[in-house]
Write a protein that binds this ligand. Structure first.
Ligand SMILES: Cc1ncc(COP(=O)(O)O)c(C=O)c1O
Length: 396
């Protein structure tokens, strides 16, 4: 049914598929046709569809207790927070339901830290980056450095300024007596799979240190093993003051998290911030089972090895193809830059039963399960590379 006739708001341009079953890297549509999933519901099902341990824990939890509210202690929340703190640079965690909410919480705690803990309320401005994506709430879409997500939503909250990505000198120029934080994606996912350069990240971290600014990393897309480390900041030899997670954390159960260093703990007091559903029994059961699987099976290391293989295969198979520009990314977040628009090519790849997703108008984004098999990835890469080869041949 077209959305114009359905009871839904028409705010998504949906692909013409309806999936009814998923297992590992495979999805089946309502006609029983099988698809190879190289996008993972937008970098969410990092362990594949219906991962055993997560499915079993969710079933157990569903039989026991779903929700009580954050007025009470929630053991799954404590357990997931402990796992995250033990395996990251953070000391405290706040749970919510989505990436946008995690970033909203980071923006709020940054402002409150300056206003209430440091007693410098005049420092509220956050430096973000051109082509970034931080979410769809009013504050996070304002933080986002892309005009298209802001159209029609004015007036937007004050307090955000934008630097070109990978330009530390521009960041330095934007620092003023109003600045409280820099908010950064280490790989811009939605903005085109653009990895941050190591020198840029190091300099930004030093600038934050020197000027007493908070470094906030948006790891919504890069976190939980996606880049071949548990968190992308581990690649860069720096530690953020705050970072945010969502997508991969619950294997598809909605959950988001804001994680921060000890000095930020007192910036939220009872009543400062909250959510009815955030971190409930079901979502944290999924989160605990996901993190335990990641840790016990060393999934990030497996992702790093598979990523090396994918990059090397893509570089060999796409060498000399005039439609292909830069192949870039980090770990299992990979962009094939094109010299032409991506829409028709992605449509053709989909029709051959392989699911990939755009990042901007000229990039084919791959975000496969971190546990995808070599046979599956070979099949997917063959389809993509053949499609691009045929399109190049047709273009001459
Ligand atoms: C880097 C980044 N931040 C924030 C978000 C927003 O997350 P959500 O859609 O869960 O609100 C996304 C979603 O794509 C993202 O990629």
């Amino acid at each position: 049914m077209g959305e114009a006739q359905s009871a839904l708001f028409p705010n998504y341009a949906r692909y013409p598929f309806t999936f009814v079953k998923g297992e590992g890297s495979r999805l089946w549509d309502e006609n029983g046709k099988e698809y190879l999933d190289l996008m993972c519901g937008l970098a969410v099902t990092n362990l594949g569809h219906a991962p055993k341990r997560v499915t079993e824990r969710l079933k157990e939890q569903a039989d026991t207790l779903w929700h009580t509210s954050n007025l009470f202690h929630i053991p799954g929340q404590e357990k997931l927070a402990e796992l995250l703190v033990a395996n990251s640079c953070a000391d405290a965690v706040f749970f919510c339901n989505s990436g946008a909410e995690a970033n909203e919480a980071a923006i709020k705690i940054a402002r409150r830290y300056f206003s209430k803990v440091l007693e410098q309320p005049e420092r509220y401005e956050i430096i973000t980056f051109d082509m970034s994506f931080h979410g769809r709430t009013l504050a996070t879409l304002t933080a986002t450095g892309q005009e298209k997500v802001k159209e029609g939503f004015a007036p937007l909250p004050a307090g955000f300024v934008y630097a070109p990505y990978n330009d530390a000198a521009a960041v330095e120029k934007l620092i003023s007596p109003r600045t409280c934080a820099v908010m950064l994606e280490l790989v811009q996912g939605e903005g085109g799979v653009n990895p941050a350069e190591p020198g840029f990240v190091k300099t930004v971290a030093e600038l934050c240190e020197r000027h007493g600014l908070l470094l906030i990393l948006d790891e919504i897309q890069t976190g939980v093993g996606r880049t071949g480390k548990m968190f992308a900041y581990e690649h860069y030899g720096i530690e953020p003051d705050l970072f945010t997670l969502a997508k991969g954390l619950g294997s598809g159960m909605p959950i988001g998290a804001m994680l921060g260093k000890e000095k930020l703990r007192g910036a939220f007091i009872a009543g400062s911030h909250g959510t009815t559903f955030g971190g409930n029994y079901l979502s944290t059961a999924a989160g605990v089972a996901t993190m335990e699987t990641m840790l016990e099976e060393d999934v990030p290391a497996k992702a790093a090895a598979m990523s090396d293989y994918i990059f090397s295969e893509l570089k060999t198979k796409l060498a000399g193809n005039p439609l292909v520009g830069e192949i870039r990314g980090l770990g299992m977040l990979i962009g094939i830059g094109l010299t032409v628009p991506n829409t028709e090519l992605i449509k053709s790849i989909h029709e051959q039963g392989v699911l990939v997703v755009p990042a901007g108008p000229n990039v084919i984004r791959l975000a496969p399960s971190l546990l995808i098999s070599k046979e599956e990835i070979d099949r997917g890469l063959e389809t993509i590379c053949q499609t691009l080869a045929k399109a190049a041949a047709a273009a001459v």
